[in-house]
Design a protein around this ligand. Structure first.
Ligand code: GLY
Length: 354
């Protein structure tokens, strides 16, 4: 079992990482909230797997628990599902002193988190992430959001949870592609901030080698995220390094209408492409690029994704790190060291076109 603390003044919370946490979430949640009633928000894939054990543990710890199950998938992360959550919370008699438990992957955490941030102007939120991506990234750090037809995560709030319980047993039911999707973010953490983590990942040789090391790996990622979020909760500076590979990764997701490539697959190819662009600018990233590509191959992640210039332009236009004609790109020249580099968008397009 690993335990970390997010040291935000007045909103400090713990992240627990280990086996069996869902089945014994009740007493752990009891210790961080005065809520009497908890609404467990989950999707149609996760409900049959874990909802009963979570509700049972909550009731055994003295909570009155209800649940809201929405159809699984990114297409549910919208204003209509959000409205359904608000209405169900009201029907179930939640009050300002009650709370929301987000049980699932990134969509559930973002959606239920935004509902908790806004219902009664904010009620307690507990994150129970069940995918690797959610355990190392989206459940930690307080970003909550829904999508608009115009783009992903365009409406949201910074809203920190009271507790994050990452049950590593939940990863055992993930299919290989979903697990490797999360591994792209794990590899990103090694690239931006942790040479030892990167070497550890190289030593695994692929998904089979994660056995017995996954708690340590998730904890290493969360430690980096905690440090970055503590320094820059509102994403006005250093937090941007977490987006290494994401500017181009979003272009790949968008170019294929979010249907062909997962988020992690986009990020994987985006990291490789960014190292190539750095090399065009005269930086020596060849050897690092070779190591990165070998690691991506080990986790069945793409090293490149074909993409038209229009898709790059469309995605970079929507990028939250863009202001006017400028954008901040995240560069890694030496393993474990990320830099935020402002540049003209046109200069970036020119490099992409070369
Ligand atoms: N997923 C990037 C961040 O939390 O800032």
């Amino acid at each position: 079992m690993e335990r970390l603390t997010v040291e935000l003044p007045g909103r400090m919370y713990e992240i627990h990482i280990g086996s069996g946490l869902l089945a014994r979430c009740g007493p752990l949640i009891r210790a961080v909230t005065a809520a009497e009633r908890l609404a467990v928000v989950t999707d149609s894939n996760i409900a049959p797997l874990y909802l009963a054990q979570v509700e049972e543990s909550l009731r055994a710890a003295g909570f009155s628990a209800c649940s809201v199950v929405f159809p699984a998938g990114e297409q549910s992360k919208n204003i209509h599902t959000l409205n359904l959550l608000y209405e169900r919370f009201a029907e179930e008699g939640l009050t300002r002193g009650d709370g929301v438990v987000a049980l699932g992957g990134g969509v559930t955490g973002d959606l239920a988190g935004f509902a908790a941030a806004t219902m009664f102007r904010g009620i307690d939120l507990i994150q129970l992430p069940t995918t690797l991506l959610a355990q190392v990234d989206s459940s930690v750090g307080g970003k909550t959001a829904i999508d608009l037809p115009q783009g992903k995560n365009l409406v949201g709030a910074f809203y920190q949870p009271k507790l994050v319980l990452a049950d590593t047993d939940a990863l055992k039911t993930l299919n290989r592609r979903v697990l490797c999707d999360g591994m792209a973010e794990v590899i990103k953490y090694g690239m931006i901030a942790d040479t030892a983590l990167f070497a550890l990942l190289e030593g695994t040789g692929g998904p089979a080698g994660l056995e017995g090391r996954i708690e340590q790996i998730i904890a290493a990622c969360c430690a980096i995220k905690c440090a970055v979020v503590t320094e820059d909760e509102r994403d006005t500076g250093r937090r941007a390094i977490l987006n290494f590979g994401h500017t181009l990764g979003h272009a790949y997701e968008l170019a294929y209408h979010y249907e062909t490539y997962t988020h992690g697959e986009g990020v994987a190819a985006g990291m490789v492409k960014m190292l190539e662009l750095e090399q065009k600018k005269g930086r020596d990233t060849a050897a690092l690029g070779e190591r990165l590509r070998a690691l991506l191959r080990a986790f069945s992640l793409p090293e490149a994704i074909p993409c038209a210039m229009e898709a790059y332009r469309a995605a970079i236009g929507l990028d939250k790190k863009a202001k006017g004609g400028r954008i901040s790109v995240i560069e890694v020249e030496r393993l474990g060291e990320a830099e935020i580099v402002p540049m003209d968008k046109e200069a970036l397009f020119a490099l992409l076109e070369e």
